[in-house]
Structure formats: C-alpha cells, structure tokens
Design a protein around this ligand. Structure first.
Ligand code: MG
Length: 360
C-alpha cells in the first residue's frame, strides 16, 4: 500500500515483537524515523541495522504511537497487550485504525468514552466491522434494525461435536479462506474470533447485543451487512484480502485505487448463508453474556480465552475444553461495573491465574 501510494502514505514508525529480521528489512525499504521492539535483546540486534530511534517495551510502544509527527496509528498487536498503547494514542488524539479487537473486548467502555471525548474516530480494520462501518453510511443510526456479522465457520464448520473434541492443533490452524496468525486461527476454529467480534460490534456501533447477529458464510466474500428498519440489507463485498479494509482505515474518508484482487463477476460463483450451530460453538453464547453484563466480564473472557488457546497449542488441554474453561472462569467471576483500566488489568490477571490453576 505504501509502495503503491508513496505520495499519500508515509511511514513514521513500525513496531515488532521479536522478529528483528523482518523489522530490519522493512526499515531498509520504508525508512521509518523510529521503531518499537519488545525487549533490549531485540533492540541490540537491530542497532547496527537501523540508525533511527529505537523504543523498547510497552512504554516504548506507547511513546511511538504518541509521537507528534504521527497522524494515524494502525494498532494490530494480538491480545490485550496492545491496550496501553491504543489508549494512549486515543488520548493523544490520533486517528486510530484498530485491528486489535481484544482492546475493545477488554476496555470498550473506556476506549469509546475517551474517543468520543476527543473526537477521535475509531476506524475498524477487522474486515467485518469495516464492512459494517461502510454499510452504516446508507442510513441514519436510528434507522438501523440490526447488524449481521458474517463468519466463515472456520475449519470445523462441518465437523461433528465428537470430531471437534479430538481436533489437533494442525487441524485447527487449517483455515479454509483466511491465512492468519496462530491465535486468531484457533479463535476462528472455536468461533471465539466471532465471539470477540460480537462484543467489538456492540462497542463500536453502540448497539444492544440482540441487534448483533452472526451468519455462517463460507465464501468470505460478503464481509458483513447492516439491515435497516425498512428491510433493506446493505452489504460490503470483496475477495477475502485484508489489504482492502486496512487501506480503507488508513485513507478514510477517501477511497483510493486498491492493490488487492477485485471481485470477478465474469466467472460463475455462489454465495451461501446458514445460521451458526450454538451447540458446537458455545463461544457465541458467551459473547452475548459478556455484552449483557459488561464491566470486567470482557477482560475475563478475553484473558481466559488467550490462556486456554495457549494451553491447547502446548498440548495441555483438548480443543473441546477451550470454551468450557472460559465459561467456568466467567461463572466464577464477580463482575465489576464501570471498571477503571487498573480494574480491567486486575480482572485480566485474575482470569489468567484461574486458568493456570485449572490446566497445570
Ligand atoms: Mg474479522
């Protein structure tokens, strides 16, 4: 995108967790002013290959996001680890392109309040929410009847509950339409990804939970829909390629020529839709529970899920135990309304400890 539009997009900063090689290669190509990396070992390894400023750790990431010469922050860290920098970017008044859905699940109340207070528009990068954001432009907010999030159904869409209970990590990572990182691929297999997206939609679009619905759409071409009160349903379609929603969020409110493949309507293709199976995918039910209870419950669901996924990928628990573990932790939690950021971090720690005790 930056390669194609150097007149429009200029890269000020980049961050990486531990992949020094890729970060160094990207610095050589795009010449950012500063970078952030997770630890001092990474910073030392990068030092001879990058002459600019190197920030380290969570504080470093926050400093990078809040630089005066930054207009737009693209937040794409996985999990609640990205939250401090996202909050700081909003408080600094930066336009926020948000791919880190866990931030809204954990701290939606705080993020939306802070964004509203500063006039910051949060632009969703998540393909479903980008689609909803675009479709919302067809009517007024009080004309929206419901939002329909599409879900590919993941690798286990047609598996029986019995087969799913014995699924391996390799099975769960084998996503049919999207190529993604490990955490989000497992989340897609359990449908916790869609669960997180239900909660994300409730916060982003200020909707009661019952107005956010999910439909299985295996082709991943319709990225989501908005139904208005007159019965019209407005959808956004494009081939499954994250470059499209990323570009929309970076260039908003403009649209510029995209580099992702375009929909080919000269070739016959079908689009199918089916309701999800709540029995095989209990994560969806848990999401509505979180959206109703609010407070610290989002932090608990998210942290318990992150730990359960780690437990599954390291062979400590079976695939079928991920959702039941999260549900157990949620049942044990006494939800605290109107939490501060510290309360949310404490709920996050509590849930992780609880999962640790159950699976060790
Ligand atoms: Mg998504």
């Amino acid at each position: 995108m930056i390669r194609a539009h150097p007149d429009r997009l200029h890269l000020v900063g980049l961050s990486a967790h531990q992949n020094v090689e890729l970060l160094a290669a990207q610095c050589a190509e795009f010449g950012p002013t500063a970078v952030a990396i997770a630890d001092h070992a990474g910073a030392r390894a990068l030092r001879d290959r990058f002459a600019g400023q190197i920030h380290v750790g969570t504080e470093g990431l926050t400093a990078l996001a809040c630089r005066d010469d930054v207009d737009v922050v693209l937040a794409a860290i996985v999990g609640s680890a990205g939250l401090p920098a996202v909050l700081a970017a909003i408080r600094a008044g930066k336009q926020l392109a948000l791919a880190n859905k866990e931030c809204l699940v954990v701290a939606g109340e705080i993020l939306m309040r802070e964004a509203a207070a500063r006039g910051v528009v949060i632009l969703p990068v998540d393909s479903e929410h980008s689609a909803v954001f675009q479709a919302m432009k067809s009517g007024r907010r009080d004309e929206v009847r419901r939002v329909i999030l599409t879900a590919s159904g993941g690798p286990f869409r047609n598996w029986s509950a019995e087969q799913m209970s014995r699924a391996t990590v390799a099975d769960a990572l084998n996503h049919p339409t999207w190529s993604m990182g490990k955490k989000i691929s497992i989340d897609s297999a359990t449908m916790f990804n869609k669960a997180l997206e239900i909660i994300e939609a409730v916060w982003l679009f200020d909707l009661p939970p019952e107005r956010v619905e999910v439909v299985i759409h295996p082709e991943s071409v319709v990225h989501s829909m908005v139904e208005f009160v007159d019965g019209s349903v407005i959808a956004q379609l494009s081939p499954p390629d994250m470059r499209t929603p990323i570009q929309y969020s970076l260039c908003y409110p403009d649209r510029i020529p995209g580099s992702a493949p375009k929909l080919d309507i000269n070739r016959a293709f079908g689009l199918t839709f089916a309701p999800p199976d709540p029995q095989r995918f209990p994560a969806l039910r848990l999401a509505y529970e979180v959206a109703r209870q609010r407070g610290t419950m989002g932090a608990v669901l998210n942290a318990a899920n992150e730990e359960a996924v780690a437990g599954f990928t390291t062979g400590k628990i079976a695939f079928g135990q991920i959702a039941s573990l999260v549900e157990t932790i949620m049942q044990r939690h006494r939800v605290q309304p109107n939490p501060s950021l510290d309360d949310l971090m404490e709920a996050d720690r509590w849930a992780r400890t609880q999962v640790g005790e159950l699976i060790c």
